[in-house]
Design a binder for this molecule. Structure first.
Ligand SMILES: Nc1nc2c(ncn2[C@@H]2O[C@H](COP(=O)(O)OP(=O)(O)OP(=O)(O)O)[C@@H](O)[C@H]2O)c(=O)[nH]1
Ligand SMILES: [Zn+2]
Length: 342
């Protein structure tokens, strides 16, 4: 695996219509900078990976860096591609400086909360959001899944449902409630110490940058440990046995998959920032319905009596699946205001 896996050209990302920040024409003068991927952030120290072909001596290396003062308060997050200067050798005491953050292809935000009233970017440049949900023990939380879907649609990430613990219950009833959305999904199950479905999941993650989200107990750490040997994510089971405290880091971390691609684990993310989302951006993900909004009143929330979508669906314009699709759309729109957390 090389830098090519991180190259924008390789990343299958749906363009974010709202776009990232404007591209600057002139680049600052750091011609000697090496380009790196931010894989971890901890109290102002950024762990960066300089790929073998990313500049320097041709060796892949991990470099710790801090933000150059000229970058001011701009936030740098896991998944960002950054330009490094200074000591980029990656030696034990080496500290490089980040002098530039490359344009982002996507941003995922977590919501504001009491301790921090600002919605913040938590991951940059991912192209897939893997929503890990147990089919049982704990029960699926449809509201939270809906919120994750909205966040993914808004950020330009493709959603993938990873449904765990299919050894405990038949996945079909759950899947049928999501059928109108036509989502991609993978089902996994414990099977004699192995995890069934893991190869299928590996295929879905291959070559991509995937953010994994899920609430406590769904089996996310179990999956990450199986996917990334040596990741040593603390699982519920280990905790029970050792009595040791649960994994306390609340920071996102990027873990490299053995063949190609990355998974970004987000232990501290409890919910996503959806307050800023324009309903029309969600409707855009329902091409069969989007045409029906032409007759809507200005600023229609698509969840009000005057909404033209009811007539559109009743008139058969969205086909036989129309009513179920509209119901799913409205459920997603409604989930934006639900104050539910993992
Ligand atoms: N039956 C069954 N149990 C599973 C499966 N996957 C994980 N588990 C169990 O579910 C429990 C929670 O798994 P974890 O991997 O720790 O879950 P997590 O999502 O990382 O949760 P936190 O560690 O709390 O963040 C553990 O006891 C696992 O052994 C599965 O496919 N089937
Ligand atoms: Zn409407």
């Amino acid at each position: 695996m090389s830098w090519r896996d991180l190259d924008e050209g390789d990343i299958r990302v749906r363009p974010n219509r709202r776009g990232s920040r404007p591209r600057t024409k002139e680049r600052p003068a750091h011609a000697d900078a090496v380009i790196a991927l931010v894989v971890g952030v901890d109290r102002g120290r950024y762990t960066c990976l300089v790929p073998a072909d990313g500049g320097g001596d041709g060796r892949e290396r991990t470099v710790v860096a801090m933000k150059a003062r000229e970058l001011g308060r701009s936030r740098i997050v896991v998944g960002d591609r950054v330009a490094l200067v200074g000591d980029t050798s990656g030696g034990p005491d080496a500290l490089a400086r980040i002098v530039r953050v490359e344009d982002r292809t996507s941003v995922l935000r977590r919501t504001a909360d009491d301790s921090d009233p600002v919605e913040r970017v938590i991951v940059a440049n991912a192209d897939q959001l893997v929503i890990v949900t147990a089919l049982a023990d704990p029960e699926p939380r449809p509201r939270m899944i809906d919120r994750c879907l909205v966040a993914a649609y808004d950020a330009g990430l493709e959603p993938l449902l990873a449904l765990t613990k299919a050894d405990l219950v038949d996945p079909q009833p759950f899947l049928s409630t999501y059928a109108p959305l036509g989502l991609d999904y993978v089902v996994t199950a414990r099977d004699d110490g192995d995890i069934r479905g893991l190869d299928e999941l590996r295929r879905r993650l291959s070559g991509r940058i995937s953010v994994l989200v899920g609430h406590s107990g769904v089996g996310k750490s179990t999956l990450v440990n199986a996917l990334v040997p040596g990741a040593a994510r603390v699982t519920g089971e280990v905790n029970d046995v050792t009595g040791r405290g649960r994994h306390t880091s609340t920071n996102a971390v990027a873990l490299r998959l053995p063949d190609s691609g990355w998974v970004i684990d987000t232990p501290g993310v409890r919910t996503f920032g959806l307050a800023h989302i324009d309903p029309d951006r969600i409707v855009d993900h329902f091409p069969d319905l989007a045409g029906g909004t032409d007759e809507c009143p200005r600023g229609c929330t698509h969840d009000e009596p005057e909404c033209a979508l009811d007539a559109w669906v009743a008139g058969g314009h969205a086909g036989p699946a129309g009513p179920a699709r509209l119901e799913s759309l409205r459920r997603l729109l409604e989930s934006r205001s639900a104050a539910e957390e993992w």
